[in-house]
Design a protein around this ligand. Sequence first.
Ligand code: AVJ
Ligand code: FE
Length: 442
Amino acid sequence: THSDTADRMRERIATELDRGRRRSQGLTVDALDEEELTAQHSPLMSPLVWDLAHVGNYEEQWLVRAAAGQEALRPDIDILYDAFENPRADRVSLPLLSPREAQDYNARVRSRVLDALERAPMEGGSPLLGSGFVYHMVIQHEHQHDETMLATHQLRSGDPVLAGAADPAPVVRTEPPRGEVLVEAGPFTMGTSDDPWAYDNERPAHTVDLPAFWIDASAVTNAAYLEFMSDGGYDDPRWWTEEGWNWRLSSGKQAPAFWSRTGDRWFRRRFGLLEPVPAHEPVQHVSFHEAQAYACWAGKRLPTEAEWEKAVRHDPATGAAQRFPWGWEEPGERHANLGQRTLRPAPAGAFPAGVSPRGVWQSLGDVWEWTSTAFAGYPGFRAFPYPEYSEVFFNGQYRVLRGGSWATHPTSVRATFRNWDFPSRRQVFAGFRCARDAGEAE
Ligand code: AVJ
Ligand code: FE
């Protein structure tokens, strides 16, 4: 059918597919030679050329085969790019497509997709196709891998290839917001049942009734985190959980990832460049355990993900839950630091236009924020369209991260979006903010 709405949706989908692909190319074939693209830069990560062909193969499976109902182009390579068949550390020894072959394959898939898109239904019909869901899923998937590829770049050693090129001066800051925001007791709507971009794990919408709590207006900054460090936080088991202290001892870590000290000055390596740790940026590359220990040292705790979501999207004036902290407007440059516009978080106090109705700053973008909640399905969860996106991770071993980072694309985050990782992981562009219980009187 050729309604105007459907045509506009098709146009938007084509544009976003193209944006994702340009970004992937910028992080792979445009940035590094074949040797670096096929190398394993960290046992935690895939060779970059695996991510490149994996996004093409995912697109082939979901848009060429499932959505358009066409015959497979390369069924023989599905097994190589199946994330469950091949742990990240093993991918380097697979007979992968070369960077050139991956680029050609991705281009063949894309031309089939754009061709089929012209005739694709955009409303009604199956849950997979209705509202463009499956296209949105593939667009987000590529951007999610782009963020993963950025984490690989950060772990790689060698000459810098990203920093400098796309790293303008930090966003001008206003006075950093201080203190905490009180969120009164009461119900709010968590998750969504009708967001056309939402993954299965964000669904369904359900009411959650929370006791009153306080939450930090801003994420914990490097300056604040340094106080924890100089107060001996890494050496004091009082602040750590048992699991966290075990991690602390076995890992030997004494500072966020990529930090080093010269005399009494701290530096961080960021995409191959060494620079002084900036005081007002949110701390980045800390594990859940470090976040938890800091919060305990500060006399606080991490927020649950329900608390995080209420503080960020619930408007007490209307009682409604918003798609973004600032409302419903698509994320723009004034709202949040998203989409790899800079290669770092912005200082606390940036983006006054992105503040939530309750006064929570920079909750989308800058750094992912660890929450205390183990990743699980919401009441009424149904795996869709495949159990390996979320459901297989509902095993209690992962903690939820919220809000996206500077590396997250605006199409791929909203106030309901959920990310997850092991509590020991530090390659994610993650920091945190703290919360605490509020007394009855408050
Ligand atoms: C949501 C970031 C945890 O990378 O494992 C990519 C996203 N899922 N391909 C991941 C994902 C399938 C996922 N995270
Ligand atoms: Fe994937």
